[in-house]
Design a binder for this molecule. Structure first.
Ligand code: SP5
Ligand code: ZN
Length: 352
């Protein structure tokens, strides 16, 4: 299948992440993309350069204020001298717009540059540097180009993008993500197909941003298998089984949280439940937010899925027989990452 890529995805260098107040090396690094590309090129993948895509696609899933903040955040930070005078070379939050702080009334964006970040960011781990916006924007171009290829007749396509996206909501960002590549792709795909699209997220973490964006929409089914946030795992506040959608989206959201330590059997049963659910829901296209961090050995999750498990998951997804776009999300074991992605893609091709 075609592998879509943009060199601009290299421009985001978070330089680590702040976890429990401590600056740590971080795992969402440029080398992730290289690990994947090397493994796919070794397997004779056809790599396609992303085409520039219109900003209108972004506004279909994100609030304009979030986009304006992300685009100008680095210049604002450096313009206020926070890198030179305070010695902080990445944009970080300091106070947060907690809903309980304003008695339920909407908060306003703070005037102080150092306070603005906390209006839009929900964690301290997701650092913005000089190239972050260009890379995040390129990741969207990659995902939308993959949609274009499938809309033009390819049975499936893989968007090899970073930074990842599935933790970004309509108006707030976090979880190493800035723009929700999978959600932007889902809206474009639904428009081009003119029918219901299923988003089946197999990243080890709950796709909370995608869930929030589509929570009240019935035309995009959102399913996710992930480590149980109630067992102490990111995103902590969401991803529980009783979150099933609301309004027009009632019944169009499905969460399958798994206990830490779950391996191939439990995980593949859940993937199978998600594909059955998408089939029963009449999906006409499939978006797969493809994280491979559920792998045994991944530093960011306690799930224990094997390479063979990822191959089998790919086959289950392919057997839906739908036009399919896979969008890269997490996966942080640099040694295993490329091979795991390759297994999923081979599985999809076998299943289709
Ligand atoms: C896209 C994606 O997979 N985002 C996942 C972000 C989850 N990050 C949670 C980080 C929690 C603290 N990490 C400490 C790492 C110790 N090895
Ligand atoms: Zn993840």
């Amino acid at each position: 299948m075609p592998v879509v890529w943009s060199d601009r995805c290299r421009l985001h260098d978070p330089g680590g992440e702040i976890f429990v107040g401590i600056h740590t090396p971080g795992t969402e690094v440029v080398a992730r993309a290289d690990a994947i590309l090397v493994a796919l090129v070794e397997a004779d993948a056809h790599v396609v350069d992303a085409e520039q895509q219109p900003d209108s696609a972004l506004l279909a899933v994100h609030d304009a204020a979030l986009l304006e903040f992300l685009e100008s955040a680095w210049d604002g930070w450096a313009g206020a001298g926070l890198d030179r005078v305070r010695g902080q070379d990445r944009v970080v939050p300091y106070v947060f717009a907690h809903a309980a702080l304003t008695s339920g009334r909407p908060a306003a964006v703070p005037t102080a540059v150092w306070a603005k970040t906390g209006y839009f960011a929900y964690d301290t781990m997701t650092l913005i540097g000089p190239g972050t916006w260009d890379a995040a924007r390129a990741a969207v171009d990659v995902a939308l180009t993959a949609v274009d290829l499938v809309a033009a007749g390819a049975p499936c396509a893989y968007a090899c993008c970073r930074p990842p996206g599935h933790h970004v909501c309509r108006s707030c960002y976090g979880g190493s993500c800035f723009l929700n590549n999978s959600a932007v792709a889902a809206v474009a795909f639904a428009e081009s197909l003119g029918g219901r699209v299923a988003v089946l997220d197999i990243d080890a973490h709950h796709g909370n941003g995608t869930q929030e964006i589509f929570y009240e929409r019935g035309d995009v089914l959102v399913g996710s298998v992930h480590v149980d946030p109630g067992a102490g795992w990111f995103p902590h506040f969401v991803g529980f089984a009783d979150e099933t959608g609301a309004g027009d989206g009632d019944g169009a959201n499905k969460n399958l949280p798994l206990p830490p330590g779950a391996g191939d059997e439990l995980w593949l049963n859940a993937v199978n439940d998600l594909t059955d659910w998408a089939r029963a829901g009449g999906a006409t296209g499939l978006i797969v937010p493809l994280g491979v961090d559920a792998a045994v050995g991944d530093p960011e999750s306690p799930l224990r899925v094997t390479g063979a498990g990822f191959r089998r998951a790919g086959r289950l997804l392919g057997e839906l027989g739908l036009p399919t776009v896979l969008v890269q999300e997490g996966g942080y074991d640099l040694e295993a990452l490329g091979e795991l992605v390759r297994e999923v893609l081979l599985g999809v091709e076998e299943g289709l």
